[in-house]
Ligand binder design. Structure first.
Ligand code: ADP
Ligand code: MG
Length: 615
């Protein structure tokens, strides 16, 4: 069982992705700082404004310029007083108003610039995350996917990443901007009135704690709803790929009911989520108002009390600053609850990112440039579940000399596919070893090993692309002549030329616009073009009708020339000429020899052969 990280650690881990965007982060912080400073200045204008209105406090003396609010204020008031004396009050008011407009303009200009530079960070991180996950999917071993639902993986890659974009990346803005804002505002407040600030320092954390509780519960609900979305996507995926059967068995109502139920469960979870999320904002606003009232009450008392020297205009300025503190505090608490929601997704994504790529190159992996001598299975036993008892293969010993053909026959489920899948390391062995040219396959570079093999399965896998690209699949710089040549050997050229756009015809999803035999011949052409020394054919003809089987069989015979071949055959007539025939039963080799030897022996093979001969 996986140990889950404390959520905040997950958050910091996500923030590490921001590192590659340091330049942007720096620009963002820089402009945020300018924006906060200008917003403080523009608010500071309240003081002279009020003073002008109430005709208070004319300043006739300049003070020395020091880096303090006090000096700045006093000097500004001095200049303003001079201005009033020379021009009168109304022009002074105009002067202040124009100044305020300019300051606000600058503040918002810088704010925009800050946002301008955060957008590449936000989207960059999301892109990196998505790329990383896609890479994982490409390189994770096949076993990983037999344990996970496809829809759930898709949901992690789409809706969870989306969730992170909306919640956590949104919080980046807050993280970069608000601490600065809050810090500067608080500092200003302390300078204005240390006594009043004390209240703020005590009351705000209490409000913060209350809001934090909602965040926690939000995370739990969000985790549940994302998981449910995974189940929902799985259901959609399954329906889409099984639509033909659903219709044939008129199972629409059944699927409908199942889907409605899932969808409704999702709806209920989302309602709970929204209600919790929507609670944070009103609650934090209300708590903010309560704190504000308390501050106004005590501040008002200080102003009214003659002994204390809190000037009304400074007090009002304090309140203005404090009220400006509420939006950042609010966005803090909102960001916090968003982050909590997003962390559920981070956890789900980390589960993919942390999955171990068990099948990879060892250190100092050796090259396999040419296949020269032999393939050998030595005492190979295999179970799909690690450490499990369900052995699918038991003590297999097998040797294939270069240039020979080995055929595997046996009932369905006897382990033939598993046996051939071990050679390209689709699964790793726990017991026994497989050698290529006398060296354990685990020692080779994975790309070299697989590069020496061509595989044609019963299910020919085509991609939604042109015929040309499906044949030239995975290879660079392939000429049209090469592809046509491969298609000719695979008996595919003629039917391809009859299609609307020839080699540029799109084959549709999974090659859905082609017949089974056509698909198969295209995957054979693909193997021919790759020209691998080792060939694996797993029931390559068993899904076909007799006519196309003949065509495909011819293509396969062409393909097998001069290669080392492991062939799993359904029809025994096709493997008569194999150098050795292996008969498997329940993961074990029960008979082996040439066609004639096995017929002579009069065992399982002979029975199977006679059964098929009459069909
Ligand atoms: P064959 O190709 O001879 O029909 P397979 O090699 O496909 O047989 O399957 C052998 C056994 O392994 C079967 O019992 C099957 O249930 C099991 N099996 C095959 N693939 C998997 C898998 N991905 N996970 C777990 N068990 C599997
Ligand atoms: Mg099979």
């Amino acid at each position: 069982k996986r140990i889950s990280l404390p959520p905040m650690k997950n958050y910091l881990r996500l923030l590490r992705y921001v590192k590659s965007y340091k330049g942007y982060a720096f620009l963002n912080i820089f402009f945020n700082m300018l924006s906060v400073i200008f917003s403080l200045f523009s608010l500071t204008m309240v003081i002279p404004f009020l003073n002008v209105l109430f005709g208070q406090q004319q300043v006739y003396e300049k003070v020395a310029w020091t880096f303090s609010v006090k000096a700045a204020l006093t000097n500004f008031n001095y200049f303003l007083s001079q201005y009033i004396i020379e021009h009168g009050k109304i022009p002074a008011l105009t002067y202040i108003c124009v100044l305020i407009v300019i300051l606000f303009f600058l503040k918002n200009l810088f704010r925009y610039l800050a946002m301008y530079f955060i957008s590449p960070i936000r989207n960059g991180v999301v892109r990196d995350l998505r790329n990383k996950m896609y890479n994982k999917i490409l390189f994770l071993p096949l076993t990983y996917f037999s344990e996970e639902r496809k829809g759930d993986l898709m949901s992690r890659m789409t809706s969870d990443v989306q969730e992170i974009e909306w919640s956590i990346m949104q919080s980046l803005e807050v993280i970069f901007r608000e601490p600065l804002t809050v810090g500067l505002y608080l500092a200003t407040m302390v300078i204005m009135s240390p006594q009043l600030s004390l209240f703020v320092f005590i009351l705000l954390p209490i409000a913060g704690l209350l809001i934090g509780q909602i965040g926690k519960s939000l995370r739990r609900t969000s985790s549940k709803s994302q998981a449910k979305m995974g189940v929902l996507l799985s259901a959609i995926e399954e329906t889409l790929s099984g639509l033909r059967i659903v219709k044939a068995f008129t199972a629409e109502p059944f699927f409908q009911k199942k889907f409605y139920k899932l969808n409704d469960e999702y709806r209920k979870l989302m309602i709970r989520l929204y209600r919790k999320r929507d609670l944070t904002s009103p609650l934090s606003e209300f708590l903010g108002a309560v704190v504000m009232v308390i501050v106004i009450y005590f501040g008002g008392k200080l102003v009214l009390d003659e002994a204390e020297s809190l000037e009304p205009s400074v007090f009002i300025y304090f309140i203005v600053i404090f009220s400006q503190l509420i939006p950042p505090a609010k966005s803090f608490s909102e960001a916090y609850s968003n982050v909590q929601r997003g962390l559920a997704s981070v956890e789900r994504i980390n589960k993919i990112l942390d999955a171990e790529i068990t099948i990879a190159d060892k250190e100092h992996a050796i090259q396999l440039t040419d296949f020269n001598h032999s393939i050998e299975y030595r005492d190979v036993s295999f179970a799909y579940h690690k450490g499990g008892s369900g052995w699918v293969l038991k003590n297999i010993d097998l040797k294939i000399e270069k240039g020979k053909t080995i055929a595997l026959v046996g009932q369905s489920g006897s382990g033939k596919t598993t046996l051939v899948d071990l050679l390209p390391r689709f699964y790793d062995l726990e017991h026994g070893e497989i050698l290529v040219d006398g060296e354990n396959i685990n020692a080779y570079k994975l790309n070299d090993l697989r590069g020496n093999m061509g595989i044609v399965n019963q299910e020919s896998i085509l991609f939604n692309d042109t015929i040309f690209n499906n044949i030239a699949f995975g290879l660079d710089n392939i000429s049209i002549a090469d592809v046509e040549n491969a298609a000719k050997i695979a008996n595919a050229h003629d039917f391809i030329m009859q299609m609307q756009d020839g080699y540029q015809t799109n084959v549709g999803d999974r090659g859905g616009r082609l017949s089974g035999g056509q698909r198969q011949r295209i995957s054979i052409a693909r193997a021919i073009l790759k020209n691998p020394p080792i060939l694996i054919l797993d029931e390559a003809t068993s899904a076909l009708d007799t006519e196309s089987e003949r065509l495909v069989q011819d293509a396969i015979t062409n393909l097998m020339k001069n290669r080392t071949t492991l062939v799993v055959a359904h029809r025994l007539s096709t493997i008569k000429h194999a150098d050795e025939i292996i008969v498997m039963q329940q993961g074990e080799i029960i008979e082996r020899g040439t066609h004639l030897q096995l017929l002579d022996k009069g065992g399982v093979y002979k029975k199977l052969y006679e059964l098929q001969a009459f069909v």
